[in-house]
Structures are given as structure tokens and as C-alpha cells.
Design a protein around this ligand. Sequence first.
Ligand code: ADP
Ligand code: MG
Length: 317
Amino acid sequence: DSLANEIPNYTGLVNYQLVEKLGDGAFSNVYKAIDKETNRMVAVKVVRKLELSQTQKASVLKEVQLMRTIQHPSIVKLYRFIETNEHYFLILEICEGGELFHRIVRLTYFSEDLSRHCIRQVAEGIRYLHEEKGIVHRDIKPENLLFEPIPFMERVSPLPPQQPEDGDEPKEDEGEFVEGLGGGGIGQVKIADFGLSKVVWDQSTRTPCGTVGYTAPEIVRDERYSKSVDMWALGCVLYTLLCGFPPFYDESIQVLTEKVAKGQYTFLSPWWDTISESAKDLISHLLCIDPNERYTIEQFFEHPWMKETTKVATTQE
Ligand code: ADP
Ligand code: MG
């Protein structure tokens, strides 16, 4: 059928059977595939080498090297890397739920509890990258945040609950289960796409990269500043989760750039009227122009909004 025609047959990709396309990038296509040896589902990111410059090829190889060292539930795992004359194949852990972004579109916006559930997992991934690995991701955005779906069913009663009368026997539950949209359905959230990420900090010497004692101030500063770019992005994601639209937007790139440079955003009424002051306070510490004042990942976790308990089903009931 037509779908089968869209699935290419790549030379050199022998152990994987492509099933369907999951996403497209500028130089890559991502497919869902079956690992024929284990019968497990994986994601295969196919990068067309012929369209890449030497520098771009080097950056793909760097992405692969970085991902190889990463081991965290909030980060998509790289299982294997295959190189042929024409392609790079990154065999990745699959996130069947797809992009968090698509869920925001579907639900319009997330409750504070569901937003906290999602942002906490993203932040745990960032904390691991920043503090354990000295890596800054530099491309945190809803399209690069994927999730594993969990079955989450909500009961819908056929009748409103009624007071039992004398002599009534307890009734069989006649409720019907439907796919829940009230908050469940999002399990583990994972960070994908390490194409722009960079090592800024040496995990063994616990210093910025470069020789200790001879490190120039701009390198030390760069280490700090580049971590803070992920925190800004985290603020943008949290804002978007809570209201369904991004903090900075304009049809004109020029105007948009100007707004970002000035940190011009508002908690637009009526959408933000019902959202807690605590959530707004946290966002304002992330969308803070001065990177020295912007929250670090540790400060993020210490904020009262993050300490509130989340009432979202995270496992199948
Ligand atoms: P690019 O560098 O081209 O942006 P990404 O790694 O971000 O490539 O992948 C592009 C898209 O493919 C993602 O936005 C997502 O929709 C999908 N995708 C990527 N990796 C996975 C995965 N492991 N599981 C499911 N979908 C994925
Ligand atoms: Mg991407």
C-alpha cells in the first residue's frame, strides 16, 4: 500500500524493519522500527551524510559520542550507531507517545499538576546533564521533549451518583471507561535531540573544559552562561505547558527577536487569571534576562511550586 512505499529500504540497515515515519528534521528522518533480533520497537534516526558538510558530519559524530555516555530515565537512550557510505543510523529508545508538543495542542493546556509532573522529569534530565555530565543541551523545546504513554482510563458514570435507599444492595459499577484526557496518559518524559548540545564542564576534574589554572574568564563564564540557556528554555516550556501558547511569539522574526532580547512577556489575561501566583513566580525566575540572576537547576527544584505534591496518575491504576 501507499504507506509501505513511503518506507525506504536503506542499504546497510539490515537488522531493523522500518514500520512507520515518526518525524522529520532538516537532515534526518526518524522511523519506528522493529529490532529483528530482539523483536523490540526502536526509533531509527537516519541522517543523510551526502547533504552534510564536514563540520556538520563532525557534529553528528559529537552528538553520538555524547549520547553514548548518557544514562538517565529522562533522556532518550542511544542503543547503537551504524555508519554506511550514505547514512548515519542512530538506533534510539522509542517514545511511543511522541512529542509533548502534540499533547499540548490536543489538551489546549495542562493542569498545574500535570505541568509539574512533566517539567519535573525534564528538569531531572537537565540536572543530570548539568551536574553529572557537564553537558548543556541548548535545544530544549516542546518538539524535542517526547513521552511514553501510560494507559490511563477515567470512569464515566452513566448516571449521577445517587443516595442509596434503605434495603438497597451495593450495585455493580455500571460506569464506562474511556481514554482519560483529564491529566493522565503521560508517563516518563524524555529529552531527545542532542544535535546542538555541548560539553562545557569536565566531569573528572570538576572544572570548565580546558587546563585548570589557565582557563580564561570567558570560558568560565561560558560554562555558567550556557547552563543558564537551558534554564531559560525550561521556563519557556513551563509557560507553554500551563497556558498552551509560548511566552514569546510574533509573526515577524525581527519583532520576536526584539521581544526575546528585552524579555518582553506577560501573563496574558484571561488565560493566566486562574494560574497560581507560585507558578508565575517560578516562571519569572526562569524568564529572567540577566543570566546571573536566573535560577539554576538547584534553585528550580527548591522553589515552593516544585515542592507541591502532584496528584497525577503516573502508573497504571
Ligand atoms: P532533528 O535533529 O532533525 O530535530 P530529532 O532527534 O529532534 O531530529 O527528531 C525529529 C523528530 O522525530 C522529533 O521531533 C520526534 O517527533 C521524532 N523522534 C525523534 N526521536 C524519537 C524517539 N526516540 N521516539 C519517538 N519519536 C522520535
Ligand atoms: Mg529536534
